[in-house]
Design a protein around this ligand. Structure first.
Ligand code: GLC
Length: 480
């Protein structure tokens, strides 16, 4: 009997290995199909330009089998960099019919914009981290050459974030549009925009144009409407973009005239980690980080604590203007784990939330909104579904604090999701169904990365992606 069990175990492992090797091949095919000139689009149908954090995640996957393309993916982002240092959230493909095209953004309204048309906003600053991770696959001399190419742009970008977006020097960078945090219609941004209801949006809806707009929306032609932004959300986002455009994307004007800026917990957690990685890059190429900038990095590490809510034991984003917390339990509340700069005590509390089956650990964690929160919707975009980039960030967050088994469990969840439902944009946290567009680049790229990265570190390098247990491991805060 024992002998049989042993054979079954070996067979299961082999089958898992085969499944995940096939998974890697399929993921590579997605990245090949989505490749454009020097970069990769998130999805040809839905997102036909180059997005900032998407390209970072894509390069993180590419580095395992094509370092030249991984480097190019990141270097190509720099063609969109503004003279003030901002790296835009979209570098546009000219003449594409996508609605968010050059006419929509009119980036030339800012004197800092480059000739290449771009959006007028930024996105989570994963770039320093991606550059470091890609560079680790290069030999010493080539690593330094590549990092030297990236460093001035990275330094300018991080400096811009502090100069333009942290005028009060709190250590927390403020965002002026939900697209900047990348979790677009996450409920806490909805709260922040509660009082933002431009007259024309109201008039459009009153006149019954909602349906008409819906027919015009490309996203709802490709994906069921209930999985996307509502028409009200979509109109508000466009209206806010027009408002920023009117101010020439000048942050000081936007922060002064609008009351909708947010000190975003996910963004600032990612920034804290990226600051550390920029420091590592500086060390490798023996370049200094200017003292005043290094000081600002420290302020961010401390300032995350300003977002801690001791009643709920969670971190919340807060309004830039009145500092009121935006209390809703989303995956962003857990991302300080990824920053690696919060205390072990705080991390333990977050992990207790994470492994709670009633909130953040349903069958296919991690939901973008806690399943027991009134804002949770199983299939709507950032209001409930599980996203692979969030799982990737939390995988590393758990590793930061020694929760290796739990991290492994999350890694296996990613394999279960993509093996069962392909490389969708997001997934049901309850039953794993694929939602949004299929063949989505960062889902493919981060699955590849988790396949190569996690295995060696956690199971003796066997690279098996075998799912063994759907429950969080016994590794709880008590055992730490
Ligand atoms: C959606 C996501 C955003 C991503 C973009 C392109 O807008 O919310 O985070 O960067 O699509 O994939």
């Amino acid at each position: 009997m024992l002998k049989h069990k042993h054979y079954y175990a070996i067979l299961a492992t082999k089958m898992g290995e085969a499944a995940n090797t096939t998974m890697v091949d399929a993921a590579r095919a997605v990245l090949d199909a989505n490749q454009r000139e020097q970069w990769t689009v998130p999805s040809p149908k839905l997102y036909p330009h180059q997005w900032l954090w998407d390209s970072c995640f894509i390069a993180i996957g590419l580095r395992h089998y094509d370092t030249a393309r991984a480097k190019q993916e990141l270097l190509s982002l720099l063609r969109g960099q503004w003279q003030n240092g901002m790296i835009p959230h979209i570098t546009l493909t000219p003449n594409d019919e996508h609605w968010a095209n050059a006419d929509f953004w009119q980036s030339g309204r800012s004197k800092y914009a480059p000739n290449t048309p771009t959006s007028g906003l930024t996105q989570p600053p994963v770039l320093a981290t991606a550059a470091l991770l890609v560079s680790e696959k290069l030999d010493g001399a080539n690593q330094r050459i590549f990092l030297k190419q990236m460093f001035p742009a990275l330094l300018a970008y991080h400096s811009w974030l502090y100069t333009d977006r942290d005028p009060g020097q709190t250590g927390l960078v403020a965002l002026i549009h939900p697209w900047e945090c990348g979790l677009d219609n996450t409920p806490y941004w909805d709260m922040a925009l509660h009082h933002f209801s431009p007259l024309w949006v109201g008039a459009f809806l009153k006149l019954g144009f909602g349906k008409f707009i819906n027919n015009y929306r490309k996203d709802t032609q490709a994906v069921p409407q209930k999985q996307r932004l509502t028409t009200v959300e979509a109109l508000k986002f466009a209206a806010l973009a027009f408002n920023l455009r009117k101010h020439g994307y000048d942050a000081s004007l936007c922060l002064k005239h609008n009351r909708f800026a947010v000190e975003d917990v996910s963004y600032n957690s990612i920034l804290a980690a990226a600051n550390k990685d920029l420091g590592k890059i500086a060390d490798i190429i023996a370049e200094p980080i200017p003292t005043d900038l290094a000081f600002r990095f420290q302020t961010t590490n401390k300032a995350l604590e300003l977002l801690w809510d001791s009643n709920d034991g969670l971190y919340y984003s807060r309004s830039f203007h009145n500092k009121e917390p935006l209390r809703v339990a989303t995956v962003a509340s857990l991302l300080p784990l990824y920053s690696g700069v919060i205390s072990k005590e705080r991390a333990d509390v977050l992990v207790r939330h994470l492994i709670n089956k009633q909130s953040f650990w349903p069958a296919f964690p991690v939901p973008s909104v806690a399943t027991n929160d009134s804002h949770y919707t199983s299939d709507r975009y950032w209001q409930g579904p599980t996203w692979i980039n969030m799982n990737w960030l939390l995988y590393h967050g758990l590793k930061n604090y020694g929760y290796d088994e739990l991290a492994e469990s999350l890694r296996q969840t990613v394999f279960r999701l993509v093996n069962n439902s392909s490389f969708h944009e997001y997934f049901s946290a309850l039953d794993g169904s694929g939602y949004g567009i299929d063949q989505f680049s960062w889902t493919a790229a981060l699955s590849i990365d988790l396949f190569y990265t996690g295995a060696g570190a956690t199971n003796g390098g066997t690279r098996s992606g075998v799912f063994t247990n759907n429950q969080p491991s016994n590794q709880t805060t008590n055992t730490q």
